[in-house]
Design a protein around this ligand. Sequence first.
Ligand SMILES: Nc1ncnc2c1ncn2[C@@H]1O[C@H](COP(=O)(O)OP(=O)(O)OP(=O)(O)O)[C@@H](O)[C@H]1O
Ligand SMILES: [Mg+2]
Length: 350
Amino acid sequence: MAARYCYLARNVTPNGSSSQQTAPLPSHWQVLEEGPSEGPGRVVCVANQKGGVGKTTTCVNLAAALALRGHKVLVVDVDPQANATTGLGLDYRRSSATAYDLVLGEASLDEVAVQTSIAGLSCVPASPELAGAEIELVDVEQRESRLGQGLGGAAARYEMVFLDCPPSLGLLTVNALRAADNLIVPVQCEYYALEGLGQLLETAELVRRSLQPSLRIAGFLLTMYDGRTKLAEQVAAEVRRHFGALVFDSVIPRSVRLSEAPSFGEPVVTLDPAAKGSIAYRLLASEVEGRYGLVTYPPPPPPRQSTGPRGQWKPVTVPGPGGRGYGTVAPEPAGLEEAWPPPSPWGAGL
Ligand SMILES: Nc1ncnc2c1ncn2[C@@H]1O[C@H](COP(=O)(O)OP(=O)(O)OP(=O)(O)O)[C@@H](O)[C@H]1O
Ligand SMILES: [Mg+2]
């Protein structure tokens, strides 16, 4: 299995056909692919140096879906773009300390973690100044371990900690890999999204060997799947062929609701629980529970609001806590519903 990583990035051509280019890889990689270690208190790095593949969307919605299922979850925004921060309805300008202070050792986890509007879900906000941390840390001793040091004890306080990485393999991502014991790699179902996957895994393996021996690949997540295109189907099949059981069964469909949700400052799983993007992330949450051996809780009912005489209830879409929403709820384009392959199994109790 190890030898397939390097050529994966180049063996899918734009028309979907495959070319076999192999590159020898050290057997150490097999350790990385052993799969997630079980039990709560897992620190999961969500990384892919390719931009816009769904890292933040996955962090925000998977974390929210797990919190809705009763888990205590923390999202750490390690990206100066601060998309996870705003996506959870937080404004870093209102925080006296952010991930920047945590990385530089100027604030503790307790000082930077903020409770979100979702019970059980906290967030360490990022701010644009985090970009400067990469430069400021250059001469600092153990610069790759600063985030891990700042997050010391997080695994004891949270069942799952998600680290949302920036689209690069720079010092912030290396810090996140060093702080994590698991890696989730979102893979956009588009041709170019496969490029660089070998480089990411090589970096993860280097970190595992030299800095974080417990680092494992928790899974590859197929995102923005649009089954109306042949390429999406072929990329998904190719990724499954190469990474087998490491690919999550759950597939995240391309969904208008998912792209609208950040403008409401709210995860789609609470903004529109019935949207297929929400269902996909809730299914993923149930799969993650299974993979990590988390104690499962019965899911709470979707939010409801009284609309009249007692006993008459109707589901509503609750506006985001950030109140910055400019998006309007648009209908999904025709055909998307059919384009989404029903994942298997169809998560019990959702
Ligand atoms: N399944 C999806 N369907 C439709 N749009 C999506 C989906 N997932 C993410 N998006 C949208 O695609 C864009 C990129 O997603 P996201 O920010 O999650 O990617 P990212 O990998 O975190 O990006 P970056 O590398 O810049 O941090 C966002 O506008 C997001 O709302
Ligand atoms: Mg992002």
